[in-house]
Design a binder for this molecule. Sequence first.
Ligand code: MRU
Length: 359
Amino acid sequence: MLVQNKNFTTIWHDDESDKVKIIDQRLIPFELKIVELNTVEEVCYAIKEMQVRGAPLIGVTAAYGMYIAAKENSDFIYLKNASEKIYSTRPTAVNLEWALNKILNNIDNVKKDDLPNKILYLANQIREDDINNCKNIGEHGYKLIKNIYEKNKKPVNILTHCNAGWLAAVDWGTALAPIYVAHKKNIPMHIWVDETRPRNQGFSLTSWELLNENIPNSLIVDNVGGHLMQHKLIDICITGTDRTASNGDVCNKIGTYLKALAAYDNNIPFYVSAPISSIDFNIKNGILDIPIEERDGEEVSHIVGMDENNQRTKIKIVPDGSKCVNYAFDVTPAKYITKFITEKGIIDPNFPSINKLKN
Ligand code: MRU
């Protein structure tokens, strides 16, 4: 998608230099900095410290991480250890495990010397598939927005949480993909962007994406959504997912559950854009079985922003000695979800519909 009218993706392999490159998302919206990933350590750091984040992008980064590992040492034991290191960086998004398995399951009969090239080929394929899947989610989801517009004949008001745009994938995004496709087809919309404390992915990333694409949007703090819904200022909610259980429960950025409850109480459709790579077919109950990441309390006690001298600054917003607890995700039970938007079409949030997507 566009950054100052230039097309960007979040990760790519530069054939000329043979380097994997990413956008350092910790610096957005204040700086666009491209960094190289050269070692498995750097890959782990990038995922853990959230230079890259968002379920699909974490998966693609892990795949390129395996290429970097194979260039370091293409011994199978080394590769297995590297995959375990990368796997341990973040626990919730299932795409990480999905991508690592996709690599490991396809290199069994490959000669040691051919492994780096084979893994690069697989990683490039995972990246391309992600772009196509997100584009297809956009095409399917756009019809929902179009139907609302045709019924109301006024800009469609959409609420989204966290960042599930192109920065969370390779391109297009998941929750924002239907919005981008609708925008290209000239459907008027207005997006309500949730702040998404503690790391503010809504304010810093989603708003930046939408501004660069010229899509009207307003930023709201996390507790405003319910009020907007009561006053009929939201037509539809669309979020992403980090891990979808086979019963349709959705684990997504902390706060998603509360928005889904408010939407349910106000009869507002709540859709989840869910690429198949984010479905964990082995998990039967999202609330009981999905691991929820707990991050450093400093993300709660401090905020990063730009000061009046244009310097990126971190400031403390709580009393000294406060205990800050930082759950990064929550689970929305399937009963609060209207439907899933997948790359294969729009489906019900229940076991039979989800299970049909296996393979
Ligand atoms: O902690 P993050 O920024 O990696 O969390 C991202 C989200 O929760 C997204 O909504 C999710 O990955 C779905 S995105 C395509």
